[in-house]
Design a protein around this ligand. Structure first.
Ligand code: AHR
Length: 506
């Protein structure tokens, strides 16, 4: 069957927020220690930050980084991570059954964000932590001076406040794996009280110019028995005080389980449905509250993660090499579809964090004392971050369906973006069919178009990966730009099992 892709410059989904290109660094495995921070690495700067990793992160194009967790945050005392490093306490991390030395904490993270050219998104502990702990953390980071915690920051690290704009009120508080998880009503009330205290300290109401942005925990995934009721209850408790509801979702290829390859290729479709449900839940609560404010989605954990292979034993090691998933070309194809789905919902998804960033289910891998390199998923993210700017257009496609064991979806997954300033139209297309497909792209509303680039990632063996020994086995390839006829139509072939990027200019 011939594929068709149609988009019109007047049919706009919404503006793409630059924070859709966020990521996540948790005190987990070798993400911090042996990842971004390795003082005795040959490329480390005076702060112990690996410069080779910093440079890959800049190339990836990450706008905001969530920290310090994740499951870790629900048992974390932020006060353990400040002050004289030699006096910091080593503690048990219950989230990952690891040892936390606290050598790296908030002051180091803020410094690292500056070096990486990104902004922080900090999380409050809503497990063992209280609303008062959250207030004190906020005071330490954002209050200028003249109070105990702001003066402590001035003494420890920085005369100026950090002015952290994005704050998460806890992490996955519905999950029984979370330290001190709770029911929706209890969490909703605690989150609302915490939010009110932060708003008071910030001296601005929700939505006011310059006010901090607060995110509450939505369901930690679509399989939770409490989903989507959890989201409704949390929103009803917090709607007037917050800005975002969080969503988390990981996908996996499970050939040994009951999920065939076709199911994995339906992942983007599942993500789209999940977003639809949460979008409707937000609308429902807005209407019920007769509110004028809009709450948006912070999809602050998304990726591919082989959770069936998760093993954190033996326990109580420092920075153990856990969750070090190696990504295949097959993963990059699905990842491309997930990225497209976030962009296709950019009217409601205003923040998203690829989970995670370095070594732990990550686009960037590091060898201790050695090289750092790009995993397959690095490229699909970097191309979007660099090129999918401006607005997303509504796309109409013609294609066939792929049928999985548990669900079915379009075999063609597409996103079309328009950057008015740069006069660019970008098409991101995944062909999940096991055959090459002739395709017509029709973009006539733009007038005379020229194809500037055609890049693809594909290959006969979709299980190929990049490794430290062969870091560039799976990389995107430049193809010849395609010819544009009738002022806006182009014919091309989307190779079987491929991710494609086509850029037009006008
Ligand atoms: O990203 C890994 C873990 O996945 C996070 O710590 C947690 O929030 C989620 O369950």
């Amino acid at each position: 069957m011939k594929y068709k892709i149609f988009a019109d410059k007047n049919l706009v989904v919404g503006a793409i927020s630059e924070n859709i290109y966020g990521s996540f660094l948790e005190h987990l495995g070798r993400a911090i220690y042996g990842g971004i921070y390795e003082p005795d690495h040959p490329s480390a700067d005076g702060n112990g930050f690996r410069k080779d990793v910093l440079s890959l992160i800049k190339e990836l194009g990450v706008s905001v980084v969530r920290y310090p967790g994740g499951n870790f945050v629900s048992g974390y005392d932020w006060k353990d991570g400040i002050g004289n490093v030699a006096e910091r306490k080593t503690r048990l991390d219950l989230g990952w059954k690891s040892i936390e030395t606290n050598e790296f904490g908030t002051d180091e993270f803020i410094k690292w964000c500056k070096a990486a050219g990104t902004q922080p998104m900090l999380a409050f502990n809503m497990g063992t932590g209280t609303p008062m702990d959250a207030l004190e953390y906020f005071e330490y980071c954002n209050h200028p001076s003249g109070t105990y915690f702001s003066d402590l920051r001035r003494k420890n690290a920085s005369e100026k406040p950090y002015n952290v704009k994005y704050w998460c009120i806890g992490n996955e508080m519905d999950g029984p794996w979370q330290t001190c998880s709770m029911d929706a009503e209890s969490y909703g009330k605690k989150a609302m009280q915490t939010a009110r205290m932060i708003r008071a300290a910030d001296c601005r109401a929700a939505g006011e110019d310059g006010a901090v942005k607060l995110t509450v925990c939505g369901s930690s995934n679509r399989e939770m028995p409490s989903y989507p009721e959890w989201d409704r209850v949390v929103l009803e408790n917090t709607y007037d005080e917050i800005d975002f509801l969080s969503m988390h979702r990981y996908y996996e290829y499970d050939p040994e389980g009951k999920k065939p390859l076709e199911d994995f290729f339906c992942s983007a479709d599942d993500m789209n449905e999940f977003i639809d449900v949460i979008r409707s839940t937000i609308k429902f609560v807005k209407e019920k509250k007769r509110s004028k404010r809009n709450i948006y989605i912070s999809f602050d954990e998304w990726n591919i993660w082989k959770q069936n292979k998760l093993d954190v034993t033996p326990f109580w090691r420092k920075a153990p090499p856990i969750l070090e998933d190696v990504y295949t070309l097959r993963d990059a194809l699905v990842f491309g579809g997930l990225m497209n789905t976030l962009l296709n919902n950019c009217d409601v998804v205003k923040v998203a964090c690829l989970a995670q960033l370095v070594n732990v289910i990550a686009p960037i891998m590091c060898e201790k004392g050695g090289i750092s390199y790009r995993q397959t998923i690095f490229y699909t993210f970097a191309f979007a971050s660099k090129n999918a700017r401006g607005e997303t257009l509504k796309t109409i496609t013609a294609c066939d369906r792929i049928e999985g064991g548990n669900r079915d979806a379009d075999s063609l997954n597409v996103c079309v973006t328009h950057n008015r300033e740069k006069r660019e139209v970008c098409v991101f297309a995944c062909n999940y069919a096991g055959e090459d497909r002739d395709t017509t792209i029709e973009l006539r509303s733009f007038g005379k178009l020229k194809c500037a680039r055609f890049v693809m990632m594909n290959g006969e063996d979709i299980s190929l990966t990049n490794t430290a020994a062969e870091p560039e086995r799976v990389v995107p390839r430049e193809a010849s730009p395609v010819e544009v006829y009738d002022e806006g139509k182009a014919d091309l072939t989307l190779k079987k099992h491929s991710w494609n990027f086509i850029k037009f200019t006008y």
